[in-house]
Design a protein around this ligand. Structure first.
Ligand code: COA
Length: 535
């Protein structure tokens, strides 16, 4: 493979200006992350510790093998929602290594409203189980939760992907031979009681963990009987009388030790072999991305410059370099793993879509993972292109991506707009993971375009009534729409709503992608079958 030659002058004014603009964006992201990672209000964190309990992230640290990475997912879920009273949506999810096995860990944060579930908590929990299903990862549930956040019951209880989905997923995961282990370190009330009850194996902490379908207040209201939480559903009861739990632990540390011991007997079922090569760091420094990444999305960025700072040795075997240049396609290695890459380099034309579909077929035929690097305004519009059948060509690309059954990974490094989001493996196309950069933007179209469309529609309406829009009204309308798109298009807005698996520091891309590909090897890649490509 040839090494990419960067054309960036890292001492030039443009690079330095871009970096100066980027660094505050990065600082804001890191600052937000560290605030959110503190969990609930300081008073409740202190009370939690006084009870002799470890915090959710401390529990995870102890659970995973020493000196192994933990990929935390969607840390900023529910960010800027509910007056920011649900940091990380009250749950920590991510993939860590336990006795050498990549494992999905789902840990309630009891310092956040008693570890209760709002819509985003549920979305995050279900998404973690979906990742476990797609990649055949054992699941550990570190349970410490008051169940549903009752004021939000209408948004969390009965729908297909609501609270009940957890237990459905546990049953289906277990049936596939994917181990389900629960560690009860606090409350498991009402529906929450099913998390340990549906697990393959369950641990409960003495004088701390409780499992019951109805808590003491409910029992009193229903039957008049007064009973303590411990008598109703503590560790002694469940490990010696009811049999709902299998192991009793003395405290958090002991419970985690038992959980680790369980992993000693867990076997890996199948494994996807990939031909790897020795890892080589990129020739170009990843930190240079800060001076290159697009902040003003109108400014074109050669996506090869991004690739040169992500792939092994900055080496890239480009496919169809001279054809349809607004989509860069080719093969490379990331942390030694082979990968096919599609990276946007401008608007999508008919021939770009055909090149993309062709390249996806190459990857699925060779059975190697595909990386999509998104910075896309969408497909080209206009009479000439419609007549040329842009919709049909775009459909071929979308068809290829939708059916590609090798693992797909998506990184949004700039804009993600319109059907470009779909063709480039947006969330609906089931990439195994989708991450965004802090500068990136996502919406159905850019704010400017949306404003123009809506103003034109309004003007046509008024015109039919013999009226017109004044210059002032037009400008007011434009500003309102621009502001709305600016707010709703931000990476923070996306990640708060779980449209992605998290925002990442661009310099971590290589590490995260390497781990993601390694994780995907836990399940054999499916043979891709395509349907009808419209010709
Ligand atoms: N719905 C809404 N809010 C809840 C809640 C629930 N199910 N459970 C707890 N909270 C809130 C509390 O109101 C409190 O909010 P505040 O800080 O704004 O006042 C916060 O969570 C912490 O609760 P607190 O009781 O002080 O914490 P704790 O650590 O002593 O106890 C629980 C936590 C979960 C054991 C306890 O709150 C409890 O039993 N909750 C009810 C659980 C239940 O019956 N759930 C059924 C729903 S399926």
């Amino acid at each position: 493979m040839f090494r990419l030659e960067s054309k960036i002058n890292t001492k030039g004014a443009e690079f330095l200006r871009n970096r100066d603009e980027y660094l505050p964006i990065l600082a804001k992201f890191k600052d937000t992350l560290s605030k959110v990672r503190q969990g609930g209000p300081p008073l409740l964190v202190a009370r939690h510790k006084e009870r002799g309990k470890l915090l959710a992230r401390e529990r995870i640290d102890l659970l995973v093998d020493k000196n192994t990475p933990f990929i935390e997912l969607s840390t900023l879920a529910a960010y800027d929602l509910y007056n920011n009273e649900f940091p990380s949506a009250g749950i920590v999810t991510g993939i860590g290594v336990i006795h050498g096995k990549e494992t999905m860990i789902i840990a309630n944060d009891a310092t956040v409203k008693g570890g209760t579930y709002i819509k985003e908590t549920i979305k995050k929990h279900v998404r973690a189980q979906e990742i476990a299903m797609e990649n055949h990862l054992p699941c550990v549930y570190l349970v410490d939760s008051g169940g549903v956040f009752l004021p939000e019951q209408a948004n969390v209880f009965p729908d297909k992907y609501d609270f009940g989905r957890f237990f459905f997923n546990q049953a289906r995961l277990s049936a596939k031979g994917i181990p389900q282990i629960a560690v009860v370190m606090g409350s498991c009330t009402a529906g929450g009681a099913y998390v340990p009850a549906m697990s393959d194996e369950t641990i409960i902490v003495r004088n701390q963990g409780t499992i019951f379908i109805g808590g003491p207040p409910l029992v009193k209201a229903a039957t008049g009987a007064e009973v303590t939480a411990e008598e109703l559903g503590g560790a002694e009861v469940h490990t010696s009388i009811s049999g709902v739990a299998d192991h009793m632990a003395e405290n958090d540390v002991h419970a985690i030790q038992i959980c680790r011991n369980i992993f000693e007997s867990i076997q890996r079922h199948e494994y996807q072999h990939l031909e790897t090569i020795p890892v080589e760091e990129p020739f170009y420094n990843a930190e240079e991305l800060y001076g290159i990444l697009p902040i003003d999305l109108k400014k074109p960025v050669d996506s090869r410059e991004i690739l040169a700072r992500i792939v092994d040795g900055s080496k890239f075997h480009e496919f169809k370099e001279r054809y349809a240049p607004t989509l860069v396609t080719g093969f490379a290695h990331i942390m030694g793993y082979p990968v096919g890459i599609l990276a946007n380099n401008g608007v999508l034309f008919g021939e770009t879509a055909l090149k993309g579909a062709h390249f996806v077929q190459l990857c699925t035929n060779r059975n190697i993972p595909i990386l999509f690097l998104q910075n896309v305004t969408g497909f080209i519009v206009g009479k000439e292109y419609e007549r040329g059948g842009i919709a049909r060509d775009g459909a071929k690309f979308v068809h290829a991506v939708a059916n590609a059954d090798v693992p797909k990974f998506t990184i949004i490094f700039g804009g993600s707009f319109g059907a470009g989001n779909y063709a480039m493996a947006g969330r609906a196309y089931e990439p195994r993971f989708l991450f965004m950069y802090p500068n990136s933007k996502i919406s159905v179209m850019g704010g400017e375009q949306a404003a123009n469309v809506l103003i034109t529609v309004k003007e046509d309406q008024l015109h039919a009534q013999g009226k017109t829009l004044s210059g002032e009204e037009r400008e007011k309308m434009r500003q309102t729409i621009l502001k709305k798109y600016e707010d709703e298009g931000s990476a923070y807005f996306s990640t708060a709503r779980l449209w992605d698996d998290g925002i990442i520091d661009p310099t971590d891309t290589r590490k995260i992608l390497g781990l993601s590909i390694a994780i995907s090897q836990n399940r054999k890649y499916e043979k891709t079958k395509y349907g009808v490509f419209r010709m």
